[in-house]
Ligand binder design. Sequence first.
Ligand code: NI
Length: 165
Amino acid sequence: MAVLPVLVYPDERLKQVSAQVTEFNDDLRRLIADMEVTLRSFPGCVGLAAPQLNHFQRIVIVDVSARPDIPHHGCLILINPEVVEKDGEAVGREGCLSVPDFTGNVARAERIHLRAQDSRGHVQSFDCEGFEARAIQHELDHLDGLLFLDRLVSRRDLFRRKNYK
Ligand code: NI
């Protein structure tokens, strides 16, 4: 397992649309293991998408379980994820390992019904809400080449930050 380097804005590769995963093999599981150790190497980070690590496949990890008192599903490994239903809207602050110097306010659905495959290709579905739903929607955007910078509520909703946390 290895911590992989993270692509940082304005790297053009972050705009690439990732491909569906079709082979559920050891290579895939190795990449997922690398994604997990890379995520864990950034304390406070709640999600990561494979294209941020220069692997243009539809794989994301989201784990908001360290945040106190919010509903969550533990460490979610989502392959070929799809939001099949969404409901409500809320504005919240987002950050991203690929945009280390800024945070921004983005509107997201408050509740989502999600379908995804696991590392063996089995289809699962999840109902997510609040911060977990926000983190998932943020990571899914990476699979389509979008950053939170593309979804700011307004230009004034971008904030410089001093250190990543
Ligand atoms: Ni991100």
